[in-house]
Design a protein around this ligand. Structure first.
Ligand SMILES: NC(=O)c1ccc[n+]([C@@H]2O[C@H](COP(=O)([O-])OP(=O)(O)OC[C@H]3O[C@@H](n4cnc5c(N)ncnc54)[C@H](OP(=O)(O)O)[C@@H]3O)[C@@H](O)[C@H]2O)c1
Length: 483
């Protein structure tokens, strides 16, 4: 098997180098790539942020982030990796600071051949435009050097701010230079939703409206704000989880399978475009929101959302939402999709559950067939069948076929895999502007509805399965959440 690696020298310029995502995901992922020997001899990791630090302090920050996230660290590999790490402190809107950055990059790249430059925007979306403009003005984005600009999701806060960012990106970069990143699309398990279908024609035969009762797409989290109160209070669960991650998973499930991977973005977009809100007299029939209160998660008492640091006592930000969608795609017509996601729930699990129609013979203990594809948590696939128990009247017991879905083979952390693909210029697993726009078009009216004072906000204790009201809301359609 050919392993994916960076074939040429590259500079990786990370904006927001002092931030949460950088420490939590990006530095550990870069270390893993170094450990797995995916980097060439010549490469440079250049952190950029406003925080004043010298190179030694920044290397320490990177080192500590790696230690904090990795169960085991190879000191020799880490030391060598750190020798490639550099830092420039600067404002995001100051041309002079970008000139300093450009100078640092040029001196690091001296003597390199066929170098690629990757700029990664790990900063809040409101500073994207300033950075993009300065990248071009300073010559860091230099047309003579292959360039990639990786933009973290969410791209914008709503449709309007997305279009502003898009225009700015398109003004400065070509389409081939723009990489819109949803890290879920870097997860092997999420990509596998597509490949499972492709590799198992029997599944494809089952995926049709005459057999399926409904689909549940769940992104359940047991953790809370993780030090990201400011971001979350401004964003909420609908924007954070549904706008990209859950809609992408649902699109991978319903997209038309094509022979060639090169059309994957197009097929994903087409699937996404087929989703619409069910006709309803009131949007409360289509979406429900809630917020966690004090409770116990894994035996530990945790504060309610409004008691968290920096969160106003009167906050109406949702930490849980459930949404119902329909698809126009012919084989899925009439099948409701229930998307559900919440923080501070009793367990962490990312799952697609396909529930089939009621069985023909119903007896005591009988339940509809179900296929669970569990992507995170105890990842696996589970087929729920049933078998008759002995006796003259038909009664049944569950017959469950299951196998873990763990990545074997060349398993890379999501940000590492996406970075290598970006270096190679592979855009299949990055979003297109059309996909992001389509998602915002779906989410924007729902978000506006949730923000109205008259829209109910329910409450649920941390550590449970979410609000009681969500159970009743789904039950009206004859749907029971998978727990
Ligand atoms: N953290 C995650 O788990 C996660 C997951 C998915 C996507 N994302 C996305 O990734 C990006 C970075 O996330 P993050 O959690 O790392 O964010 P963050 O920690 O809040 O911000 C990253 C860095 O940006 C700078 N910054 C923060 N607020 C700023 C402001 N108002 N104006 C200018 N600079 C500011 C700070 O660096 P300096 O002050 O040193 O410049 C900070 O260290 C965001 O777009 C986020 O939505 C994050």
């Amino acid at each position: 098997m050919k392993l994916l690696s960076a074939p040429h020298p590259f500079s990786f310029i990370l904006f927001g180098a002092s931030g949460n995502l950088a420490k939590l995901k990006i530095y550990p992922a870069l270390y893993v790539l170094a450990l797995k020997k995916r980097f060439p001899e010549n490469y440079a990791i250049i952190g950029y942020s406003r925080t004043e630090m010298d190179k030694a302090a920044f290397r320490k920050l990177v080192e500590e982030s790696v230690h904090a996230q990795m169960p085991e660290v190879n000191k020799k590999v880490l030391d060598d990796f750190l020798s490639h790490v550099h830092y420039v402190s600067g404002q995001y809107d100051k041309a002079a600071d970008f000139a300093k950055l450009a100078k640092t990059i040029s001196s690091l790249e001296k003597g390199w051949k066929n170098a690629v430059r990757v700029a990664y925007l790990s900063i809040p979306p409101m500073v994207f435009s300033q950075v993009v403009e300065n990248l071009s003005a300073s010559g860091v984005h230099d047309k003579s050097v292959p360039f990639r600009c990786i933009v973290e999701k969410p791209v914008g806060h709503d449709l309007k701010s997305f279009e502003d960012i898009r225009m700015q990106l398109e003004k400065c970069f070509t389409e081939e230079e723009i990489y819109l990143l949803d890290h879920y699309l870097g997860k092997e398990a999420v990509r596998n939703v597509y490949y499972l279908r492709f590799a198992n024609p029997i599944l494809e035969r089952l995926f049709k409206n005459s057999l399926i009762h409904h689909v549940e797409v769940a992104g359940l989290e047991s953790y809370g704000l993780e030090g990201r109160s400011g971001y979350f209070e401004h964003t909420g669960m609908l924007r954070d989880m549904f706008q990209s991650h859950l809609l992408m998973m649902t699109s991978l499930l319903t997209m038309l399978i094509k022979e060639s991977e090169s059309t994957i973005r197009e097929s994903r977009l087409n699937a996404l475009k087929q989703f619409y809100l069910p006709p309803a007299t009131n949007l409360d029939e289509v979406i429900l929101q809630a917020q966690y209160t004090k409770g116990k998660v894994h035996g530990e008492t945790v504060a309610g959302y409004r008691e968290e640091e920096e969160i106003p006592e009167t906050s109406r930000t949702n930490t849980f939402a459930a949404l119902k969608l329909l698809s126009r795609e012919s084989r899925w017509q009439g099948v409701p999709f229930y998307l559900r996601s919440g923080k501070r729930l009793g367990k962490k699990e990312t799952r697609i559950s396909i529930q089939f129609q009621e069985p023909h013979v119903v007896g005591e203990g009988s339940t509809p067939n179900r296929l669970d594809i569990i992507l995170q948590g105890e990842a696996g696939m589970r087929v729920h069948l049933q078998t008759k128990v002995g006796g003259t009247t038909p009664s049944f017991r569950p017959l469950i076929l299951e196998d873990p879905l763990v990545c074997t083979g060349d398993c890379l952390p999501e940000h590492g895999l996406l970075l290598l693909e970006a270096i190679h210029g592979k855009q299949n697993w990055f979003l297109t502007f059309d996909e992001v726009r389509t998602a915002w078009r779906l989410i924007d009216p729902l978000q506006s509805h949730l923000e109205q004072e008259s829209t109910p906000l329910y409450f649920y204790p941390a550590g449970g399965n979410g609000p009681e009201e969500a159970v009743g809301w789904a039950a009206k359609d004859g749907v029971t959440w998978v727990v």
